[in-house]
Structure formats: C-alpha cells, structure tokens
Ligand binder design. Structure first.
Ligand SMILES: *[C@@H]1O[C@H](CO)[C@@H](O)[C@H](O)[C@H]1NC(C)=O
Length: 402
C-alpha cells in the first residue's frame, strides 16, 4: 500500500518535472543557443522576445511541446573555437561552491550496510532529465547488486541558458528556474550534485576536480567509484565481478586506456590545443572519460594530485596528467568500450542492439535514453537473451569480498 502510494507519488512528480522541463527546453530553443549542442545557423537564431516567463507562469499541459524531438540531447561537446586567452586567464579560479549537495549519500544513516561498495557518478547536464531517469531505473539503480551496496550521484554544473544578447535579469530568471527544477529533482531522488560553474564542455575538468574532492570528503570509505557519462550502458554485474578480487586500499584505475595520443594542432579542430598550452608531443596515458573505475585509495590520492595540476581543457587528458603525477598507470580493460562496440564482423545496425555483446562487456558508450532502456530490457527480460555462445564462466561462483 505504502509502496503503491510512493510509486504514484513518483509518477506524478516525474510528470510535473517532465512537463516543466519540456517548457523550459521549448523556451530555451527559442532563446539563446544551448551551449551543449552544435551552433545553430545564424539565420534561424532570429531574435525573439523571450518566451520564458510566459511559459513558466501559464503552464498549459495541452500546449506543452514534447521535451525531445526524437532523442535525448547529446552530452556537452565543444561549441566552436575555444578562447584560450580567456581560459588561461580564468584558470586560477578553480573552486566553485556546491549549490546542491547529498551529504548523506555515503553514510549508512541506520540503513544496513553502511558504506557503499560502489559509488556510481554520472556526468549529466540539467536538460538531460530523460537520460537521468533511464540511468536511475536501469544500470544506475541504487541498492544491493550481487551483494554489493551501490550508490549513485549525478554531476551537474549550472546550465548556460542565455545567449550573448540576453538581458542579465532574464538570464538570472532562467537560472533560478533551472535551480528550482534541479532542487525538486534532488528532493525526489537525492542524487543531484550541482556546482556553481557553467556546465560546458571545457568545464568538464572543473567537474572532475570538484567531484574527486566531493567524493573524497563525503564518501571517504567507499570501496570503488565508477565515473562515466550519462550516455553509456554499464553492466554493473560484470563490473562488480571485475572488482571482486581487487583490494580497495590499493591503487586501481581501469577503463578504456588511451596511450600515446597526440595533441591536435590543427587550428580548426574543436580539440585544438596550441603548443603554448601543451608543449609535449604526446599526452600521458589516460582513461576515456566515457567511463572508468577507481579504488577508494586512488580516489583520495587523485583528489590530492588533481588539486595541484594546472587545469587543462580536456577532462580525461587532465585526469591522465593527475595520474602521471602519482606515477600511476591506468589499467586497460578490454570490456570498457568508451567508443561504442566495434566488432568488424557484426552488421553495423545490429551492434548496439545485440544483448549478447553487452552480456560480456562492462561499458558501452554513445547510447540514447531509449537505447539504455532497450538494452536493459533485453538483458534483464524474463528469458534473458538467447545467445549462440555460452556466457564465459566466471571463475567459480561470484562472491563479494567482505
Ligand atoms: C567555466 O565556468 C566559469 C564559471 O561559471 C565560467 O566563467 C567560464 O566561462 C566557464 N569556462 C568555459 C571554458 O566554459
């Protein structure tokens, strides 16, 4: 009875959040260009009076547009040429207040189990409510998985809502609306971390250092941390199996490791890095930011190291620099596919939808909310996927180390 009431409450809240989000997105689409998608053609970005206050004050469910036309928004990507001068001059400002915290996330607070075995931290942007819902209810669900206690947080910055031509007061209004929305979401799901920096691609490094500092302070006893994007599918069971024999008090950072990557020197590339910013011919080894796992011990050491490394605009390379400072080599793991599945023999259109691939993987990158739901359903359906080859047997029955 209480459960069904709770479920009804959840559903109602989700409806309200979705509708408000839809209105906000609609308003934003007419307003300034969102920072997290490709720049729009100038012709279309005609100036219009901002529809924001109207949309908020008169929510008309019947007229509410669909929040998403076809798909969830892409994760932050660079938007046009990067202003290195500004970046360098602002680089020393690297401490931003936490606007929404989850101080009890890793405290047992009477709940059985106490400290989490695995903390899942997912980079997200405010507008991506739909993917957060997918993650919450599929692979990112909190609770016990194969005996391990799993907890989850989403990492957000302040959405850059207004274009250059917007009045400050309007921008403030937008920000206030977003903050209210995220506060409601935080009350409902207790998994939102919001920091006061702009949520842009080149600020993902700020997200990285703020998260490491947060986890180190608020989850000091966590055994392992998974950090990744919202557009991934993680096979948490396989991840836990991989972690089971590992000692959380020893160093570990595993993922899709990229070695000998060269900085892009072509000026027109979105990832262009001038030699003045990074002079060496190759980057240190780093784990693809789509998803990687680290031990509690490494979490604390990395939080300390990253606090001392100069900010670098590409977040996963930046983490590689912190690792290098610790003289710690990231461990390549073939089951982390941060660039999606690439198996030459598979038909391209089948790749992402074959649960038999997923069954053996830890992580796949580049999925929409719908993909995540679909894959979860296929993997956890009543019959499970019928795969032609047997699942590789784990060495003995799985047991989480006490
Ligand atoms: C990062 O966030 C800060 C604080 O909101 C902002 O001033 C800065 O422009 C952002 N930097 C980038 C590169 O987006």
């Amino acid at each position: 009875m209480r459960r069904s009431l709770r479920l009804r409450g959840d559903a109602a809240l989700m409806l309200v959040l979705s509708a408000t989000l839809g209105l906000l997105l609609y308003a934003q689409r007419d307003g300034g260009a969102p920072t997290t998608s490709a720049p729009r053609t100038p012709g279309k970005a005609a100036r219009r009076p901002s529809p924001v206050p109207r949309a908020i004050q008169a929510p008309d469910a019947g007229a509410a547009p669909l929040a998403y036309e076809g798909d969830t928004p892409a994760p932050p990507t660079p938007t046009g040429p990067f202003d290195f001068g500004r970046y360098l001059s602002a680089k020393d400002q690297r401490h931003f207040p936490l606007l929404i915290n989850q101080p009890h996330k890793c405290r047992g607070d009477g709940a059985p189990g106490g400290r989490p075995d695995l903390l899942i931290a997912v980079k997200s942007v405010a507008a991506d409510f739909e993917r957060r819902q997918a993650v919450r209810q599929t692979w990112g669900a909190e609770g016990r998985v194969q005996g391990a206690l799993v907890r989850r947080v989403f990492l957000l910055g302040v959405p850059r809502v207004a274009g250059m031509d917007k009045a400050d007061t309007e921008e403030e209004g937008m920000r206030a609306h977003w903050r209210a929305l995220l506060r409601a979401e935080s009350r409902a799901y207790e998994d939102i971390l919001l920091w006061a920096f702009d949520d842009t691609f080149f600020n993902l490094t700020l997200k990285e250092i703020h998260f490491l500092a947060w986890a180190s302070a608020f989850c000091p006893d966590v055994r392992f941390v998974f950090k990744g994007d919202a557009d991934v599918f993680v096979h948490v069971g396989n991840l836990l199996e991989f972690l089971a024999p590992r000692d959380p008090t020893e160093d570990l950072l595993a993922g899709d490791v990229i070695v000998q990557a060269r900085p892009i020197r072509a000026r027109d590339s979105k990832y262009y890095i001038p030699e003045a910013v990074y002079g060496l011919p190759v980057y240190p080894a780093y784990a693809g930011g789509g998803g990687f796992v680290l031990s509690g011990a490494t979490l604390h050491r990395l939080a300390g190291a990253c606090a001392q490394v100069e900010l670098f605009p590409i977040d996963d390379v930046f983490l590689g620099m912190c690792l290098q400072r610790l003289q710690l080599t990231p461990e390549p793991h073939p089951a982390f596919r941060t660039f999606g599945i690439s198996r030459p023999s598979a038909a391209p259109h089948l790749r992402t939808f074959d649960p038999c691939f997923y069954r053996e993987l830890v992580l796949v990158h580049g999925l929409s909310a719908a993909d995540i739901w679909l894959m979860w359903g296929l993997l956890h359906g009543p019959r499970g996927p019928a795969c032609s080859h047997p699942r590789p047997a784990a060495a003995g029955p799985f047991r989480w180390r006490p």
